[in-house]
Design a protein around this ligand. Sequence first.
Ligand code: 6LW
Length: 503
Amino acid sequence: MAEHQRTGGTVANPVIPGFHPDPSICRVGDDYYLACSSFEYFPGVPVFHSRDLVHWTQLGNVLDRPSQLRLPVESPSSAGIYAPTLRYHEGRFWLIVTNVSDGGNLLVTATDPAGPWSEPVRLPGVGGIDPDLAWDEDGTCWCTYAGIGQVRIDPRTGETLGAPRRLWSGTPGGKAPEAPHLYRIGEYWYLLIAEGGTERGHGVSIARGPAPTGPFEPCPANPILTHRSSDHPVQNTGHADLVQAPDGSWWMVALGVRPGGGTPGWHVLGRETFLAPVNWVDGWPVVGPLDLDLPAPPWPLRPGAAVPDRDDFDAHELRPHWISVRSRLEEHCTTTERAGWLTLRARGSGMDDPGVVFVGRRQQHLSCRVRALADPADGRGGLAVRLDEEHHYEIEAGPGEVTVLARVGPLRTVVAALAVPDGPVVLGIDVAAHTPGEPRSGPDFLTFGVEEPDGAFTALATLDGRYLSTEVAGGFTGRIIGMYAADGTVHFDWFGYEPLDHG
Ligand code: 6LW
């Protein structure tokens, strides 16, 4: 197998920054495709394309209609859609995933990964999360899932064929063997798994055997990837997938987090997608390094089209990175009611409400600047930074007033208020990563304010970012920044997101 060539240059990791966990990857010719988990957000399962493994463009979302994705309002945040596997087989893309809030495992297919994807095939007989799909030489389809268990399935009907079997439990004494992916590579079948839990102990292990059903012999060097007990700036590395490039070299995509601040470290962007080189030694993969600077691959880099910093809402369709909480965007927001504006119609009472009308995008940079021109018309709404219903900060425009609100667990408070004239107002959030000076310092500061017509920014409040981190809020997601309506109708003329670091 091809060895990795070093060109001397480096590129930035994570290759898909922000809340993009549980990456699953496949290659078709010169094109790579990758899918991630999406939990309580709609649409579900963002799908990306790349020609070089480094630059990724979001093509769409796999589960983009209610017949494919139901997220009941009573299902908690960090439930919903877990850990897809994306594969290409016999001219079609296959994606298998779990909706822990509605019906369990499901499978969809497409000829174009940008969509449309099929109606879901349910798999009631597959009783574990993190399902994987692999076909052996005679066309038998194996579904392997967390535990690690396996069952033969008919992927066209979702029927299980035969009894489920336990395959491997990972390292003895270790916790949470999960995220299996099964591959035929050379003379062996390889079973790649994550173990140690998706927190600081996370890691990747592998075993190999003569058949998809095993028996599996663990790699003597397990875990083949972990940053546990290290001071590496990327932590929680695990939940991985392998892909071979056209030049024969091998690569791994894996999730990792970038904790900031003092101790214990807080990560605010969720689990992100990183890339690492893989070399094979004695029939086992040797992974890494998985660093913030990735050795550049030995082929020409192919950046996609530049992503605009600003959405003007002049087009009918919203770009695929816009997501809403639990229900479909189109149900509560429109670009046609007031041409060139995004109109949100409130349902419920604001960001505390599991049914909130919120249209957001992932915060993908440790430091960034967000602005939006909001017209609260006959309502109240504004910009919010959301971890979940119980952890969010917002700047809200209402009649004659702009307020900054904070919800942290059971505490909810109005932090600041400013009298403003009725009518449109530019709301702003500046997120500034903090270089830790002392053990108790947080990961970042969020400053909320209004921008005057001359561009001057009036800051109303600066809040410590640790309270909107996974270490405080818990769960599997990351920060989403966006627009919401708390009451009545709120219009947004534009929304700008400016990265202030490389991602
Ligand atoms: C996912 C499991 C995990 O199903 O976290 O990181 C769960 N690994 O494999 C949710 O992402």
